[in-house]
Design a protein around this ligand. Structure first.
Ligand SMILES: Cc1cc2nc3c(=O)[nH]c(=O)nc-3n(C[C@H](O)[C@H](O)[C@H](O)COP(=O)(O)OP(=O)(O)OC[C@H]3O[C@@H](n4cnc5c(N)ncnc54)[C@H](O)[C@@H]3O)c2cc1C
Length: 403
């Protein structure tokens, strides 16, 4: 029997692949296939869970235009779905006053530095001496798994075929230009174009397909929820207007307001030890991912958050780190030319930009260029694979943190 033929085949159904499949359908691709190795909405990659933050305060100036494009596309998708996955909140950045990364983020994101006691959360955060804090009106919390499900549902509604429990083991190009996608069960799918969005598995798949070593390192990280101290439960909620926040320096700490588990607030450290996505240690003990957070809470939010007994809820997740923490968004090149596009290495800060990344990947695959990104002032040169050819660290920079 002749294998099924598609205009665009997307491999990997995390936030990036789900957004790319939706974008390809929205851009007029007649037949779109989204392939996922595990169950749809599984918890073994990077896009599952309760919440992710959105903010425009980025150390590198090339991210805020992408965040703003994404914010527009989040709104459009929610309008199309008829329900919301993104709740706007204020956002607070804080850290040592002399930190160049924080200063750049405040400036690039248009945040306003707060002075003395004249800001809404002065009674919550004990900002250490020598630190500064800045408030941005542009922030928010996305319901992660719900958002991935939304893009999958929208893609399916527009005619995309979704297949889970289908592991892709090879991608080749035939002489007539057809992209052949092979699965572990021996099935073949034929496509005019292919988009690879396999998260922490990218280095393995790209290596086996092209022989190219992409420097994308999976990390094991831990989401921790801590108990609000009695009497402060409501103050820390989205409904009370509490912000998302990031604390620069060592360790880099991030947080979303109390929302998913009443009385608990998510506060976690950005990072974790290297891991093999096919051989993970699922243990949740991890003192190195818990103790620095407890110490930070005791120093900065001692009256509001309880650390005795540790975090109440812990959830494992994976980052896919590039050496420069910039994304990889590029044509695979070689024999594939412009017919296969890869989106990976989102380095623990990609979720907010999922709809923009999906649109960019779909336009690159279908049109050979990402016009929407260019119109929005998004500079894609930073995300090319070739940046690692002459410099294994890619876009070398002196910033401490960019997540
Ligand atoms: C704890 C944590 C907190 C984060 N917080 C934020 C935040 O606040 N804000 C933010 O913007 N970002 C955040 N991020 C980062 C963001 O979640 C990731 O950048 C994003 O989810 C990456 O999505 P992805 O689609 O590339 O990868 P994934 O979600 O891992 O998707 C890849 C998919 O490909 C599938 N796959 C792999 N190999 C194959 C194969 N061979 N065949 C078929 N399918 C395959 C996998 O099973 C997986 O479903 C956070 C990440 C973590 C872990």
């Amino acid at each position: 029997m002749e294998p099924s033929r598609f205009d665009v085949i997307v491999v990997g159904a995390g936030i990036m692949g789900s957004c790319a499949a939706h974008a390809a359908c929205s851009r007029g691709a007649g037949r779109v296939l989204l392939l996922e190795r595990f169950d749809l909405l599984h918890h073994r990659g990077s896009s599952h869970g309760e919440s992710r933050t959105i903010r425009a305060t980025y150390t590198q100036p090339h991210y805020p235009p992408m965040v703003r494009l994404s914010a527009r596309l989040w709104e459009e998708a929610q309008a199309e779905a008829g329900y919301r996955v993104l709740t706007p909140t204020p956002h607070v950045d804080m850290g040592p006053r002399d930190g160049a990364a924080l200063a750049a983020a405040i400036s690039n994101g248009g945040a306003a530095e707060v002075v003395g006691g004249s800001w809404p959360w002065a009674g919550v955060f004990r900002v250490p001496d020598g630190w500064t804090a800045a408030v941005s009106e542009f922030g928010g919390v996305m319901k992660a798994t719900k958002a991935v499900a939304m893009f999958q549902a929208l893609a399916a509604k527009k005619g995309a075929v979704l297949r889970d429990r289908t592991e892709v083991v090879d991608v080749t190009k035939r002489g007539d230009g057809t992209i052949v996608v092979k699965t572990a069960s021996g099935e073949e799918f034929h496509g005019a174009k292919c988009i690879i969005t396999v998260g922490a598995w990218t280095t393995k798949l790209v290596k086996s397909v092209t022989g190219t070593d992409l420097p994308i390192q999976p990390l094991h990280t831990l989401i921790c929820y801590w108990k609000a101290k009695p009497g402060h439960e409501r103050e820390l909620t989205v409904e009370a207007g509490f912000p998302t926040f990031a604390s620069y320096g060592e360790p880099y700490i991030y947080s979303t307001p109390s929302m998913e588990f009443p009385g608990l607030i998510k506060i976690a450290v950005h990072g974790g030890p290297p891991c093999d996505p096919d051989g993970r240690d699922w243990s949740l003990g991890r003192p190195a991912l818990v103790e620095p957070v407890a110490q930070w809470i005791d120093a900065v939010m001692p009256a509001h958050v309880e650390t005795a007994g540790g975090p109440v809820v812990r959830q494992p997740c994976m980052y896919s780190m590039t050496p420069d923490e910039d994304f990889v968004i590029d044509f695979l090149g070689g024999e594939f030319g412009n017919d296969v596009v890869v989106g990976a290495g989102f380095s623990g800060h990609g979720f907010k930009m999922g709809p923009a990344v999906g649109r960019i990947l779909a336009e690159m695959a279908m049109d050979g260029e990402a016009r929407t990104a260019a119109e929005a002032g998004v500079e894609l040169g930073h995300f090319k694979i070739a940046r690692f050819v002459d410099n294994p660290k890619g876009n070398l920079k002196d910033s401490e943190d960019q997540c």
